[in-house]
Design a protein around this ligand. Sequence first.
Ligand code: GLU
Length: 424
Amino acid sequence: MSNDRADISGPVRVRFAPSPTGFLHVGGVRTAMFSWLTARHYGGQFILRIEDTDQKRYVEGAEEDLKASLRWAGIEWDEGPDVGGPHAPYRQSERLPLYNQYAHQLVEMGCAYKSWSSAEELDVERKAAAANHQPPPLRDRWRIATPEQIAAAEAEGKPYTIRLKMPEEGSTSFYDFVKNETITFENSRVDDTVLLKSDGYPTYHLAVVIDDNAMGITHVMRAEEWIASTPKHIRLYECLGWPLPMFAHVPNILRPDGRGKLSKRDGDVKTNEFWEKGYLPEAMFNFLVLQGWSYDEKTELMSQAEIVERFSLTRIQPSPARWDINKLNWMNGHYINHILTVDDLTRRALPFMHKAGLLTEVEALPGDDEYLYFQAIIALLKDRIKVLSEVPDLTGYFFVDHLKYDRALLLGKDKNAISVAQAS
Ligand code: GLU
């Protein structure tokens, strides 16, 4: 149970906090999986929180997709939307007053400031900086506004944003328990990020800190692209006097050639594409966990229960894994052939037959003749199946009316029946 690097001395509380901005990328499932495994292996809770505060990027139906994708992959949450919990609501758009209250408290404490800079003004500044090959300005001019200027702007009643006031001096460091290194940022190079937008919605940076604290999160595990945000978050924890969680940033899954992050240019990357193609969730879980974690460098086939048992945070690899679809196909074929029972395989293959119009749902109910006939075909052909969506093509000729062959023979599992059918 000991895991000093990640300081697991008591029950853990971990979370997956996706934004409903599109379909769930398999890399996201893998990140969720690491947190879920942490809760299951070390003992604790896994929380699902929906970070839906970016109204512009909100995609209708994305929350449903990501919940279905997680459940399909075998990841259930102990607290979150649908299941509730002691820190409900778990959807950020339902927690707005909390963020508002803290944003104003931070202003009063001198850790944040109000800005009346308009979007146009900021755009002009950004473009001017870009024209001079400079990065966008890190500070807003309202950071140094006089009390009179602020009072005048308040009196006008115009909308404002609230921005973090990063100290100019010093640096912020944190230990990353997956990278196993201390990462340091000079405060003077961290921007005064917006915390509360003029529409009253928080940005990710404010909401994530408030919620991770409120929900008692002990270990924050998230994708690598958030590393540069962590000093901003730490500043907020410090200002509010809250204990810091442990942080880890999980490397992205790379494209097969190692050049850049796996993306849709490389084929399927959305979780729902895999289930629609007929990958088995057991194989997907096994495969995905190995894209960035290993038990002993050699064991590949493991059930979810074995992975929970053998999981260790210190064996998440700090270097990125490359996507290996051939391995997934091999693994899926292995689960189909050697792990599922024929009956289980048949049941899972049936929806693909229904979709292809080869068997109707009424025709093939488990246990009836049509089902047993299909099951016998599956038993004979299963070593050829890599993904379930191939089943209609592989078995289709058995369901063509004019073919004459002896179903009784097939039910007796006589391979000759297949050659008769193929020859007809
Ligand atoms: N909402 C962020 C995302 O979708 C979560 C980042 C985090 O886990 O802190 O990537």
